[in-house]
Design a protein around this ligand. Structure first.
Ligand code: 6PG
Length: 237
C-alpha cells in the first residue's frame, strides 16, 4: 500500500523549505533505524527546482541536524556532460550543497557523464545500493521525471536499474535511474513549482494511469511539494 501526500505551498521558497525539512527528517529516520551503522542514502534531483532546497540544507536549522558523515549521495539522473559543464546535475549539486557541508567525498557517487553513456550507466548500476532511503525528484512540463522522458525506451525499462537514454527533443544523452529503482525507494519527494507544470501535474495526480511518465514512480511513500501556481489545475486540493 503506497501513501501519497500532496502539500500545496504559497511559493517556490516555501517548497524549498518544506523539501529541506523532509530531507532532514528522512535522514534522521534512516540513521535512527539503522543504529550505529546507520547511513542515509539519498538520490538527488537535477534541473533547477531543487537548487533552492539544497542551499537551505547548508544552513540552520537543517545543516546541524544532519549527520553528514553518514550521508551517501546518489543522483536520479545525469546529463552526459563533464562534471564541470553548466548542464551537469552534479555541478549544480556541488555548487549549491556538496561543497558546503562536511560530506565524505567517498560518499558522493556521481554518474560519470563525461564517459560513453552506456558505459557510465553500467558503472553506475554496479554501485547502486539495494535500497535508497530518499529519492528527490522534479517533474518537467511533459510529466517526465529523472530522465524518464515520454516516447523513450526508459519508460518501459523494468530490468535495468540505470540506463543510458537518448532524448531526441533535447538532442542529448542522459543516464537515468529506472522506474523500478525509483519505486523501490523508502520515500520519494517531488518538488514542482510554476504555471508551466500545472497541466502535467493535473495529469500526474488526477489523470488516467500512464498519462505521464512520473506516474511510473510508485514508492511506499510519495510526497508532492507543490506551489499554488503548479497546483492551479488540480480539481481535488
Ligand atoms: C534533469 C532532472 C529532470 C528535472 C525536470 C524538472 O536532469 O533535468 O532530472 O527530471 O527534475 O526536468 O526540471 P526543473 O526543476 O528545472 O523544472
Amino acid at each position: 500500500m503506497s501513501a501519497r501526500e500532496i502539500v500545496v505551498l504559497d511559493d517556490a521558497d516555501q517548497v524549498a523549505a518544506a523539501g529541506a525539512e523532509r530531507f532532514t527528517a528522512a535522514c534522521e529516520r534512516a540513521i535512527a533505524k539503522n543504529g550505529a551503522r546507520g547511513t542515509f542514502r539519498v538520490a538527488l534531483a537535477g534541473g533547477s527546482t531543487p537548487r533552492a532546497m539544497y542551499v537551505k540544507l547548508t544552513g540552520s536549522p537543517f545543516c546541524e541536524r544532519i549527520d553528514w558523515a553518514r550521508v551517501e549521495i546518489f543522483f536520479g539522473d545525469e546529463r552526459c556532460v563533464p562534471p564541470d559543464h553548466a548542464d551537469s546535475n552534479f555541478r549544480m549539486a556541488r555548487e549549491a550543497l556538496l561543497d558546503h557541508v562536511p560530506l565524505d567525498a567517498k560518499h558522493v557517487h556521481r554518474v560519470e557523464g563525461e564517459k560513453d553513456p552506456e558505459a557510465a550507466a553500467r558503472a553506475y548500476e554496479a554501485i547502486l545500493p539495494e535500497r535508497i532511503d530518499l529519492v528527490l525528484l522534479g517533474m518537467g512540463p511533459d510529466g517526465h521525471t529523472a530522465s524518464l522522458f515520454p516516447g523513450t525506451p526508459a519508460i518501459a525499462e523494468r530490468a535495468r536499474r540505470a540506463m543510458a537514454v537518448y532524448v531526441e527533443k533535447l538532442k542529448s544523452w542522459r543516464v537515468t535511474l529506472t522506474a523500478p529503482v525509483l519505486s523501490a525507494a523508502e520515500e520519494v519527494v517531488v518538488m514542482t513549482v510554476g504555471d508551466e507544470k500545472a497541466d502535467a501535474l493535473a495529469l500526474a495526480l488526477e489523470g488516467p494511469d500512464g498519462a505521464v511518465p512520473i506516474q511510473l514512480v510508485k514508492p511506499r511513500r510519495m510526497t508532492w511539494l507543490i506551489d499554488r501556481a503548479a497546483a492551479k489545475k488540480l480539481a481535488r486540493v
